[in-house]
Design a protein around this ligand. Sequence first.
Ligand SMILES: Cc1ncc(C[n+]2csc(CCOP(=O)(O)OP(=O)(O)O)c2C)c(N)n1
Ligand SMILES: [Mg+2]
Length: 279
Amino acid sequence: MHTTSIKELKLIANTLRQNIIKMLYKAKSGHTAGPLGMADIFTALYFHHLNVYPKKPKHPDRDLLVLSNGHICPVLYAAMAKKGFFPKKELLTFRQTGSRLQGHPHRESLPGLETSSGPLGSGLSQAAGMALALKKDGKKNKVVCVTSDGEHQEGNTWEAVMFAEKYALDNLTVIVDRNRIQIDGFTEEIMPLKSLREKYASFGWGTIEINGNNMKDILTALHISMKPRKHALVIIAHTTPGKGVSFMENKYEWHGKPPSEEEAVRALEELEEQRRHLE
Ligand SMILES: Cc1ncc(C[n+]2csc(CCOP(=O)(O)OP(=O)(O)O)c2C)c(N)n1
Ligand SMILES: [Mg+2]
């Protein structure tokens, strides 16, 4: 737990969003909407909640962050660079041949990544296995798994949900990016998920539902996740895909599209304007 103020956290989230736009523009490929929508949550995780050691990424006391929806990795890389895991200038190598910052995270390329991801639907199983192993070893490290709503259309996710109940994984917190979009449409039109909170609750999990772009809500939920409990906990985070860039918000067309030069300039102007209001 760190003592960064809400204002400072909002400024960091704005920096992450600006860097996401710059990375995607430079790469000329990649995913825009998801990373922008999750910038507030990644800020809270890396600058408030998780115990991580950028200069000693394998530190035995570190908390484990499992990014299941690997395609939103621009926000993970932007947060890791800001935290000091690697030089900020490396962000502009995103998606290039030989870069440590692959379009989907490759654990063995970049210190600080706990898993490789990209094939959707498997991260929660990996996180649940890690949480069980830590419990068996009597360790206190937290496991946080970030997953998307689209991944809840896959069976493997629900197998992990059952597993976490059976083994009472009280050291596991799952954050669902409930942004209501997937690759080519709205979740509720393609395969309705309805209330994920009710579904998780019926599997015996603790549940919290928040506005995932409200920093106070996020911090409160993470605070609750630290209290002693007897079960795994899910935070259903309602986020706005494309958050911070007016012409990208709530448009599934921005799921996997980078900005053109003109769009990148407009996006950065809007984000800079928001920054002025924060300062
Ligand atoms: C197993 C698997 N199937 C399909 C894909 C292709 N794919 C990449 S992102 C995506 C959309 C998934 O929805 P969600 O994660 O909610 O997307 P977002 O909210 O970021 O737009 C799909 C189908 C994949 N990466 N893995
Ligand atoms: Mg989604």
